[in-house]
Design a protein around this ligand. Structure first.
Ligand code: IPM
Ligand code: MG
Length: 368
């Protein structure tokens, strides 16, 4: 298959982790006979420095034409003092919004080799395997107006949704629940917010279409608590943009490392932007220390969600698992008695694992 991939390296460690993931995608292409072409564009701080805006028009135009988009990370102290509309983060928020990537999927699953590094006891975190479906293009992040008033003495941010925006993210969450364990927890603050009450109504309506899915509602504060006391309780969580931002960071550390978690931001026609959940880590940028696995796993999500290549995606995921079981790791990962390697070496280990692993049977099953 031919696929065109736009890479947005961004800032900090973004360039090195996307380069590592590109190498793994090339390995996949060679092994499975695909033709992946790549094009790189600026976003975030790099784009501010070189083009005077966090989201240049040619970046948006290239992404619109792509089959999939792989992003590294944006931001860093260098741009922290810029006004809100000129911050690197505006590039990321802008591309999500302009492309209509309303569904953010953040799976959280532990790797055995890392569970000992979780802040939770192994018996609490052990069986956790959950997916946060975060609404990404509305809610508190995109309310209008968002402004200072009364000579700067008052401020307003609004949490706005249309019913159709809630419906499409709830539909996506049911879709996700059905390919997992058929359990959906809708997280809101319906005891306080009108928008949450409408959210609940939509979930109640939609659940009639999915009698096979167990549905419950949970207040966001209670959900935050439950995530650390009993993460194994959850299967799919669906929630508003800001709630999802906060809960996904909380969930991301459960498994022992933020450096392992991928994400997908998708829309109904399958186009998606794939990025690690971690940030740009400017303190270690350019030293080949950064852990590329979250970006590599994000590339696997691209294969699965945008290209319909689930065998190839499985292959990347099991190669990552094997490399960790062989105790190779970057400095951020606490692997007992392991071999510490650089970011690029770790990515090469993943590629080597795939090359040495004969999956002819899988390929025949998939393409027969
Ligand atoms: C994330 C990040 C972004 C967000 C920032 C960088 C704007 O925290 O992807 O979770 O808040 O959405
Ligand atoms: Mg976040």
């Amino acid at each position: 298959m031919e696929k065109h991939i736009v890479i947005l390296p961004g800032d900090g460690i973004g360039p090195e982790v996307t380069k590592a993931a590109k190498g793994v995608l090339e390995t996949v292409a060679a092994k499975f006979g695909h033709n992946f072409t790549f094009e790189t564009h600026e976003i975030g701080g790099a784009a501010i420095d070189n083009q005077g805006t966090p989201l240049p028009e040619d970046t948006v135009a290239a992404c619109r034409k792509a089959d999939g988009i792989l992003l590294g990370a944006v931001g860093g102290p260098k741009w922290d003092d810029l006004p809100g509309h000129m911050r690197p983060e505006k590039g990321l928020l802008g591309i999500r919004k302009q492309l209509g990537l309303f569904a953010n999927l953040r799976p959280v699953k532990g790797f055995d080799a890392l569970l000992h590094a979780s802040p939770l006891k192994p018996e609490v975190v052990g069986d956790s395997d959950l997916l946060i479906v975060r609404e990404l293009t509305g809610g508190l992040y995109f309310g209008e107006p968002s402004e200072r008033r009364n000579n700067g003495q008052d401020v307003v941010d609004t949490l706005a949704y249309s019913r159709s925006e809630i419906e499409r993210i709830v539909d996506q969450s049911f879709k996700s629940a059905k390919v997992r364990r058929n359990k959906l927890t809708s997280v809101d603050k319906a005891n306080v917010l009108e928008s949450s009450r409408m959210w609940r109504e939509v979930v109640e309506e939609k659940k009639q279409e999915h009698p096979d899915v167990e549905v419950e509602h949970m207040l966001v504060d209670a959900a935050a608590m439950k995530l650390v006391t009993n993460p194994g309780y959850f299967d799919v969580i669906v929630t508003e943009n800001m709630f999802g931002d906060i809960l996904s960071d909380e969930a991301s550390v459960l498994t022992g490392s933020l450096g392992m978690l991928p994400s997908a931001s998708i829309r109904q026609d399958g186009l998606g932007l794939y990025e690690p959940v971690h940030g740009s880590a400017p303190d270690i940028a350019g030293q080949n220390k950064a852990n590329p696995l979250a970006t590599i796993l994000s590339a696997a999500m691209m294969l699965r969600h945008s290209f319909n290549m689930s065998v190839e995606a499985d292959e990347i995921e099991s190669a990552v698992q094997s490399v960790l079981n062989d105790k190779y790791h970057t400095a951020d990962l606490k692997v007992k008695d392991g071999t510490q390697v650089s970011g690029s070496e770790l990515a090469e280990k993943v590629s080597e694992q795939m090359t040495s692993n004969d999956t002819t049977d899988d390929i025949m099953r998939c393409y027969a």
